[in-house]
Design a protein around this ligand. Sequence first.
Ligand code: UDX
Length: 458
Amino acid sequence: MEEKQRGKGHRLVLMPSPFQGHITPLLQLADILYSKGGFSITIVHTVFNSPNTSSFPHFTFHALPGALSDTEASTVDAVHLTDIINTRCASPLREYLAVLLSQGDKEDPVACFIADGVLHFTQSVCDEFQLPRFVLRTGGASPFLVFASFPLLRQRGYLPVQESRLEEPVVDLPPLKVKDLPLFQSHHPEAFYNLVCRSVDGCKASSGVIWNTFEELESPALTKLRQQFSVPMYPIGPFHKYFLPGSTSTSLLTPDKSCISWLDGKENKSVVYVSFGSIVAISEAELLEIAWGLANSKQPFLWVIRPGIVRGSEWIEPLPSGFLENLGGRGYIVKWAPQEQVLKHPALGAFWTHNGWNSTLESVCEGVPMICAPCFGDQKVNAKYVSDVWKVGVQLPNKLERVEIEKAIRKLMLGDEANEIRENILNLKEKANVCLEEGGSSYCFLDCLVSDILSLKS
Ligand code: UDX
């Protein structure tokens, strides 16, 4: 798509789900539609985890009053919190849209609403105003295909998952086994099932689904979804590749940039970067297994330990005293890293990740092989694709043990498979670059998306 400002004079209203892994892609999408499409942008959001507005002075932000405050919200049970948002935000959003749409802004009429896929309540609110609604799926298409199959999986007895069947293949969804199914540590498993089904229905009722993925990466899943859904699919990712690294900040936490100069002192492709994203929590015992696995691997490592990630601890108190000092500069710990810059650094050799979709995609885009330790939800499906389909990483056994960790690091950094894995991921990296160039798949789908938004009658 040429840099034409076709959307000029049209406003898009977007709403993120208030989690780091969801806020980032939604703001990136808004910025893509602003800079490539020329649209005016309004972001409606909860007060809880409200986005960093200073990076986007060209957007209008509106906090939904009374919807969800910082004090009552918590990310401990993301399913429960999402349910509250779906119930509590309907009225304030309705009131806000009523005012916005009645003002009849002649210069910038609202063309459509774009909502994070888990905010299914937005479909009925938009319907009341006959406002077209698009969905942003912040995760991959492959896990979504599994979500879309939840009723079938329940009918066939795969759900709820039984411990005794974990190693069985899921016949309808190769290559997944029962243990790879995307489940959530929620206090209310039925609530997760319902959230998934409502979100899938919300996609079916929408004007189209926008994906932070690219056709060449997930073609089989996208093809199946096109057969099952009658709405257009727009895989226009990877979103972060539209911008220069570090040009805008979507981070809720402040990244510790000191790790970049630490990386500068390390040999090419020698460092293992360890990060489990913004929600995963681990036990004290797991922290210690990770620590000793890293120490025993003899490879340098950069480890993100988010405050609160260890249940019952503030930060790294459970680590043995002098743990880092005894490694003589081989390890570095930060509370939050500038991840995109870290993954780009020539010293990076591997990324030990929980396989959140953003981290997985960022690793693919920088050609960094992965050690996969998925915890819940889509992460398990992403990890399966990384290790068994794209073959760009290795997966750790479910129980974190220092010996297995050391083995996995050696296998990925030094083993016979290492070269093949590196070659595979560099291949995908190349495809990620090409899809954004003129005539590439994501470039063309973005062009279609802009045309389709402009042809809507709201
Ligand atoms: C959540 C879910 O856990 C995940 O499964 C889903 O796919 C998206 O929503 P999260 O766990 O935060 O996301 O993981 P991920 O999707 O990887 O997003 C984390 C983001 O934070 C990435 O963009 C990453 O670059 C960034 N990050 C992470 C940092 O900038 N610094 C860090 O130190 C760690």
